[in-house]
Design a protein around this ligand. Structure first.
Ligand code: SRM
Ligand code: SF4
Length: 563
């Protein structure tokens, strides 16, 4: 029998000596700002990507210069919790060691730096290490940053769930010492043959793996879009277990109907005692059954589609020695973050700030980065990053509240935004993302202003709408789980998706392809007009689109998303 040809990355991982490759040699080479092609894949497991400024590509090529290479590094911050002391370190690293000088909060509760020169990578990673932060497994074919509902004001349960996010993150880390060796001057293992990766094995997972924990009634982490979602189940204020869901993901490729976004489906309820074993079993089933030939079909969502949920569930039960109970009844109603001050169940106060596009930099009208730095200097608590690219100044005592409010006002951090803008997310896209087909972060705010004007015109400005934009169909701002999604097709053109549910439990569907700004606004104008006059009491715009037949409901993604 001839051996199946695996995806190129499989051989790279196998031959990398547990993620070492020739990264050390590449780091020492000064003739290029880049790493060797194979290492460019391996560095992702260490938390960073090679990029170049796409705005400058043509100019550099005309000057016969190599692209202006730099690196994007993503940290791992389980559940998004970072002390203010850590933040000060994170902030000074941005100023000293990146060209962008900014910090970018991501849609998975962590932060990224853009514009790091190769020569600064090691210093930067060591700087993070001094803050007890790292970037290992922030990217690559491993379990990524574990998300959890960050709103500590809502209930005591959040503390318990946060501990679970941390525990899952720690337990599922790769065991390779490559990160410590290369970046932290750890002792070099001469005989790497003896080194083991107990969960992952030498070829790690077939693809990235994502996990999130939601605390009902909030679905602020978009739990259904993860490979593995956990919904916290409590008895009173005590966490007793989770409804476990598997097989979610957003990424797809325009024109390739073998790929599609999908929402996670329930396996059932697991007690706390069984949770870790069940999570590990899901990961090892995906490790062993996932598609290693075609990376476009390699996520757990396709393993579930191809083998069937029942078969995957039976194998997970067998490996974990867990019997899933029927999923408990829960209702998720909220999306997004609750801006402003809120008192927590523990009597402490939490201030949620709107950070447009997650970008933390100083702008003339809003010195955001300086403002957060000043708050971090005088507040001994935490900053919590949200899955909507926002930030919570967390655990403030009643006595300190006035001081924090004054600073937030002084630096223009208390920006009031419309209900829809407050729910909006856009991915990074241009100029750094190599996969972007159109703008997102840089363009979304101005498009939203025009959408807000239409909402006002039709007297529906108070109606919260989940509107999201990405520069390509990889789905980094989870656009297919929005009520209105816009996905880049080419410069200035987007596919428009309608009909997702407000709480994120139904995908949207393509309404029109390849639309210009004028075309999008014209469609929304007529949609908003109809919605204003025909909507039912409490009906969201996504549900409306489905009820009046603008789009068909997507019930089964594999069958309905493209039909
Ligand atoms: Fe993403 C690739 C940015 C969340 C699906 N994503 C990328 C890269 C690294 C481009 C690349 O491969 O070279 C982007 C870097 C842009 C830049 O310049 O910074 C990128 N993704 C982001 C972030 C920063 C978007 C943001 O604006 O916040 C998010 C970082 C999350 C984090 O902290 O870990 C981000 N990416 C997501 C999400 C949302 C989520 O996870 O909740 C998704 C959809 C969910 C999913 O995974 O299905 C997502 N990113 C992708 C994909 C498609 C994966 C797939 O299964 O097809 C790619 C491309 C790939 O992996 O080949 C991708
Ligand atoms: Fe880049 Fe596409 Fe992700 Fe946006 S959705 S950051 S354009 S990969």
């Amino acid at each position: 029998m001839t051996e199946k040809k695996l995806a190129e990355n499989e051989y790279l991982k196998r031959d990398s000596r547990l993620l070492r490759g020739t990264i050390t040699e590449g780091l020492a080479t000064q003739v290029t700002g880049a790493f060797a092609a194979g290492d460019q894949q391996l560095i992702k497991f260490h938390g960073f990507y090679q990029q170049d400024d796409r705005d400058l590509r043509r100019e550099r090529a005309e000057q016969k210069l190599e692209p202006l290479y730099s690196f994007m590094l993503r940290a791992r911050v389980a559940g998004g919790v970072c002390t203010t002391a850590q933040w000060l370190g994170v902030d000074s690293i941005a100023s000293e060691l990146t060209h962008s000088h900014s910090i970018r909060l991501t849609s998975r509760q962590t932060f990224q730096y853009h514009g790091i020169a190769k020569r600064n990578l090691k210093t930067l990673i060591q700087g993070l290490d001094r803050q007890a932060l790292d970037s290992i497994a922030a990217c690559g074919d491993v379990n990524r940053n574990v998300m959890c509902s960050p709103n500590p004001q809502a209930s005591i349960l959040h503390t318990q769930v946060q501990q679970w996010a941390k525990q899952l993150s720690d337990e599922l880390l790769p065991h390779t010492r490559a990160y410590a060796e290369i970046w932290l001057d750890g002792e070099t293992l001469l005989d790497t043959a003896a080194e083991q990766e107990p969960i992952y094995g030498e070829t790690y997972l077939p693809r990235k793996f994502k996990m999130a924990i939601a605390v009902p009634p909030d679905n602020d982490v978009d739990v259904y879009t993860n490979d593995l979602g956990l919904i916290a189940i409590a008895d009173g204020e005590q966490l007793i277990g989770f409804n476990m869901l598997i097989g979610g993901g957003m990424g797809c490729t325009h024109g390739d109907h073998q790929t599609f976004p999908r929402l996670a489906e329930p396996l059932g309820f697991v007690s706390l005692a069984d949770t870790m074993a069940a999570v590990k079993a899901v990961m090892t089933v995906q490790r062993d059954w996932g598609n290693r030939e075609n990376r476009r079909r390699a996520r757990l969502k396709y393993t579930v589609e191809d083998h069937g949920l029942d078969k995957v569930k039976a194998e997970v039960s067998r490996r974990a020695n867990v019997v899933f109970q029927p999923a408990k009844t829960v209702t998720l109603t909220n999306r997004g973050d609750r801006y402003g001050w809120h008192e927590g169940a523990d009597g402490l106060w939490h201030l949620t700030l709107f950070i447009e596009g997650g970008r933390i930099s100083d702008q003339p009208d809003q010195p955001l980065q300086t403002g957060l730095r000043e708050i971090a200097k005088c507040h001994q608590g935490e900053f919590r990053l949200t899955a909507n690219q926002n930030l919570i100044v967390s655990s403030v005592t009643a006595e300190d509240k006035a001081k924090i409010t004054a600073l937030a006002e002084q630096y223009g951090l208390l920006r009031q935004v419309s209900a829809s803008r407050g729910l909006g997310i856009a991915c990074v896209a241009l100029p750094t993302c190599p996969l972007a087909m159109a703008e997102a972060e840089r363009y979304f705010p101005s498009l939203l202003s025009q959408i807000e004007a239409l909402q006002q015109q039709h007297d529906i400005a108070q109606q919260p709408m989940v509107i999201r934009m990405t520069g390509c169909p990889n789905g980094c701002a989870r656009p297919f789980a929005a009520e209105i999604g816009m996905v880049g097709k080419s410069p200035g053109r987007y596919n428009l998706y309608l009909g997702g549910s407000f709480n994120g439990d139904r995908l949207n569907k393509c309404y029109r392809e390849n639309q210009t700004e004028a075309e999008i606004l014209s469609i929304l104008d007529s949609l908003f007009r109809d919605y204003a006059s025909e909507r039912l009491d409490g009906e969201g715009i996504g549900d409306f689109c489905v009820r009046v037949g603008r789009v068909k409901a997507v019930i089964n993604a594999a069958e309905d998303f493209y039909d």
